[in-house]
Design a protein around this ligand. Structure first.
Ligand code: GN1
Ligand code: MG
Length: 353
């Protein structure tokens, strides 16, 4: 971190002198843990090419704060701290920064433990429950069309037109994603009648901070994509990232599959967190969410590969291709397991309708 930035951060938040180290596994923002005489903080360098509307985020977060005021949430939602001048965003040269309190606890990148999956899903369900009454007109789109599966499909089609040479593997992956048109059609049809809600929209397990012994969720973080969405987005991203035997960065394809035991724990946990705030159609939509979100992320990773890795941070040139292949295998497995997943769903859901 640049010394002038260190001085500015120290002065703006009245921290004194601090040490810092990189933090987390996010693909978008740069994040540091700061150790200061005033305690530990998280400094986040804001990615403005991805989040082009920082003011919308600030506005959504301030509405979230006031909408939830007085509601007893079982976890913390860390919001950006104000500078001494009263701003939640700090400008340095052409970059933006935000500071958060550091929440003590444990982060988990993946799990095969159904109890932990239940706890994670229950927290995201509780978030949807707590925000169920919020006025949606307060929440602006922080990234336009972020979870629109049909738009992501079109973006791949467009990107593919401009690419001249393809390897055999790239062609296979392209063919697979283009063959998902029926899924896109089903998405367009069904979402016409789903109610919009305040959703988190990035419900990976590593956006939760667990208590030391992993018994409960201490904080739900990464709130920049909080905006209007469907419940199936949040539940689906949990399925995509938690009910998979290998994380999205891994490449041992033979061992990559949907873990139906974890799927069951997620569904139970999410429904438990939601409480009564859910209608029959939304419950049905949860079954479809995993496929939607896996297809969506696969399309996004593959499009980014085709465009030359302009969006996601990569550690090697083929990484987005590999992420897209990983999501393809997971999606295919979910589609092969549709009946099995429906049986699980029927076992859990009917008593609640
Ligand atoms: C990005 O940076 P991170 O890990 O919080 C992305 C999510 C994806 C995720 C995939 C703004 O989130 O949509 O699900 O990578 N966030 C944005 O790991 O694009
Ligand atoms: Mg995120």
């Amino acid at each position: 971190m640049d010394q002038s930035l260190q001085r500015l951060v120290s002065y703006s938040y009245d921290l004194g002198s601090f040490t810092f180290e990189p933090l987390g596994e996010g693909l978008i923002h740069d994040t540091f843990l700061l150790n200061s005489p005033k305690g530990k903080f998280v400094l986040q360098g804001f990615n403005t090419s991805v989040f082009r509307f920082p003011d919308r985020i600030a506005s959504n977060l301030s509405h979230l704060k006031s909408d939830l005021d007085g509601k007893a949430l079982p976890f913390i939602l860390p919001l950006p701290k104000s500078t001494q001048e009263g701003n939640e965003i700090l400008r340095f040269e052409d970059k933006l920064y935000r500071l958060f309190d550091f929440v003590e606890g444990v982060t988990v990148q993946e799990t095969s433990d159904p109890t932990l999956a239940f706890i994670a899903a229950e927290a995201y369900g509780a978030f949807a429950q707590a925000t169920a009454e919020n006025d949606l007109s307060h929440y602006q789109e922080t990234i336009p069309d972020f979870h629109r599966l049909d738009c992501r499909f079109e973006q791949l089609q467009q990107a593919a037109e401009s690419k001249e040479s393809w390897t055999e593997e790239e062609e296979n992956i392209l063919r697979f994603y283009l063959s998902q048109e029926p899924l896109i059609e089903k998405y367009k049809q069904e979402t016409q009648s789903f109610p919009l809600r305040v959703t988190h929209n990035d419900t990976k397990i590593n956006n939760l901070i667990f208590s030391e012994k992993l018994h409960q969720v201490a904080a739900l973080i990464d709130l920049d994509t909080v905006m209007a969405g469907y419940l199936m987005y949040d539940f689906g991203d949990l399925v995509r990232t938690v009910a998979c035997s290998r994380s999205e960065t891994q490449t041992d394809w033979e061992n990559l599959q949907l873990n139906s035991e974890i799927f069951e724990a997620l569904l139970k946990g999410y429904i438990s967190g939601l409480g009564q705030e859910v209608n029959a159609e939304e419950l049905e939509s949860l079954l479809f969410g995993g496929e939607v979100m896996t297809a969506l992320m696969g399309l996004r990773f593959f499009t980014d590969h085709v465009l030359g890795n302009i969006y996601y941070r990569v550690h090697y040139p083929e990484q987005n291709l590999h992420r897209a292949k990983n999501q393809m295998i997971l999606l295919r497995d979910q589609q092969q397991k549709r009946n099995q997943l429906r049986d699980i769903w029927e076992k859990i859901v009917p008593t609640r309708q």
